[in-house]
Design a binder for this molecule. Structure first.
Ligand SMILES: Nc1ncnc2c1ncn2[C@@H]1O[C@H](COP(=O)(O)OP(=O)(O)OP(=O)(O)O)[C@@H](O)[C@H]1O
Length: 481
């Protein structure tokens, strides 16, 4: 639909674009990205025919752009510039109606029923019907943006060029506009070429992205290829983290503020932060820790500062234990959004907790192990606090390493004494929470062969074994046998 070959050109001061080449297919939503001044608007102006180029070629439907008359071009293509403003205080409906100009014939063009229907339809689609009698000068930035988009759509173009279309729009209109463009692109084969400063929106909506730097094309590819962390860091010269969107398979880029990323690495979680009561163990961290957990509250991946291990009576039976636990936390003045909570019927005094250190690394572990009553499955709750910055890979490896250490204790103690109902390595209601301070140099790996992995293995083995033996020795455990 659009072919750009070796495009070179700029302004009187010198060339801005240097040998740009790419193609955009019919019905494609194509994003142009790049830092300020990289040449995005200049490129869009050349594609729209508003700015001449000095070398190369632009073709629309296989025909050179230069062979189109202004009116033919207006029927083919609509443009929504970065700052649209018109000189006259027309009403909204009149402004949108100007988009029909390219389709009117002869000197004395009359307003047809078709023109009217199209204007009403695009005003409805862009959510401006109720504003139609207002003067354009009375509108907010976002409202004006939608009016100019409606005007562009009233042109019924086959190509739509947009320069930062979501600039003035609030969150819901950003989504609505891009959903609409995506729909038109796929259902009506509208070809959309749009400049984006918001890389995350571009990632969510565009089929392909072109990344520019200093007037040249750095890469044209799918969002997942273009938005690689190292590439974006170097082109935009800033700290970012690439993270997958939680709902759809698209990358999202998160800024990392200097103040948050620059800790001195001396902060350590240990028993100074522990508060052991008769019916709960609480660890209150002074800063939020990055967590991966299967607890009742705060499950999944997040950031939490309160860690509550609650002991409930043997006869505890609740149809909605999540809601009951949330209520318990609220009553005890914990913020549910900042708290990881686990529950057990195993007595507090049988839990094992201690710090382990090696080669400048340290961890703090709490394990409670037991069985809530004779017929219930095993319940081992494991809390692993890592004093360090660990990668996502190391989080997963920590969970694997901890599970392997726990299993080896269970195999070792199997059949060696009372304590667990059922099969030790069988059905369980076990939970784990891994929490890392995320300060200091990154530790990339935590598999069993790495220093951190060895420390986790040793720590989980020691605490799990101690907790099981404590439980077996406790009066409450014997009462159950
Ligand atoms: N009318 C003009 N006359 C002369 N130079 C210009 C003109 N417009 C832009 N430039 C220069 O061309 C270069 C590219 O500008 P352009 O507006 O295409 O960049 P951009 O990538 O769209 O930037 P931004 O993200 O800031 O909108 C810049 O160095 C700019 O100063």
């Amino acid at each position: 639909m659009i072919t750009v070959k070796n495009l070179t050109g700029g302004y009187a001061g010198g060339e801005v674009l240097k040998g740009i080449s790419f193609e955009v297919g019919k019905g494609e939503l194509f994003g142009i990205l790049g830092p300020n001044g990289s040449g995005k608007t200049t490129l869009l102006k050349m594609i729209s025919g508003a700015l001449d180029f000095s070398a190369g070629a632009i073709e629309l439907d296989g025909r050179p752009l230069t062979q189109y008359s202004p009116k033919q071009l207006a029927r083919m293509m609509a443009v929504l510039p970065q700052h649209s403003d018109q000189a006259f205080p027309y009403s909204v409906k009149e402004t949108v109606s100007l988009g029909r100009y390219a389709h009117q014939k002869g000197w004395f063009h009359s307003w047809s029923e078709e023109d009217e229907q199209i204007v009403l339809k695009v005003m409805d689609q862009t959510g401006i019907t109720q504003l139609q009698e207002k003067s354009i000068v009375e509108l907010s930035g976002g409202e004006k943006q939608r009016v100019y988009l409606a005007q562009a759509l009233a042109q019924q173009p086959r190509i739509l060029l947009l320069d930062e279309p979501t600039n003035h729009l609030d969150l819901s209109f950003q989504k609505e506009l891009l959903d609409l463009l995506k729909k038109w692109a796929s259902e009506e084969e509208l070809t959309v070429v749009s400049i984006f400063h918001d890389l995350n929106l571009a990632s969510l909506y565009c089929d392909r992205l072109l990344l520019m730097k200093n007037g040249e094309v750095l890469i044209v590819d799918s969002p997942v290829e273009v938005l690689k962390e190292e590439r974006i860091k170097s082109v935009y010269k800033t700290q970012i983290k690439n993270h997958p969107h939680p709902e759809i398979a698209k990358p999202q880029l998160l800024l990392v503020p200097e103040t948050e990323s620059d800790h001195d690495g001396v902060f350590k979680i240990d028993d100074r932060f522990l508060d052991v009561g008769h019916d709960r163990i609480i660890l209150q961290s002074p800063v939020k820790l990055r967590t991966m957990s299967s607890g009742i509250t705060g499950a999944g991946i997040g950031w939490h500062s309160s860690f509550v291990h609650r002991v409930v009576p043997m006869e505890y039976d609740c149809s909605d234990h999540k809601a009951e636990m949330a209520q318990y936390l609220q009553d005890k003045r914990f913020l549910p959004s900042e708290t990881v909570g686990m529950m057990t019927a195993v007595p507090v005094e049988t839990a094992s907790y201690r710090s382990f250190e090696t080669e400048g690394m340290s961890i703090f572990i709490i394990v409670s192990a037991g069985s809530t009553h004779r017929d219930s499955p095993r319940n081992i709750n494991t809390w692993l606090f890592i004093n360090g910055r660990i990668s996502e890979e190391a989080f997963i490896q920590s969970a694997m390493t901890a599970a392997e250490a726990k299993i080896s204790v269970l195999q070792e103690l199997e059949g060696s004494g009372p304590g667990f109902a059922g099969q030790p390595a069988g059905i369980s209601t076990d939970s784990i929470c891994i929490a890392a301070t995320q300060q200091g140099e990154e530790i990339s790996y935590a598999g069993t062969a790495t220093p951190l992995g060895k420390l986790i293995s040793e720590g989980i083995y020691t605490c799990t074994k101690e907790a099981i033996l404590n439980y077996r020795n406790s009066k409450s455990a014997f009462k159950l046998q």
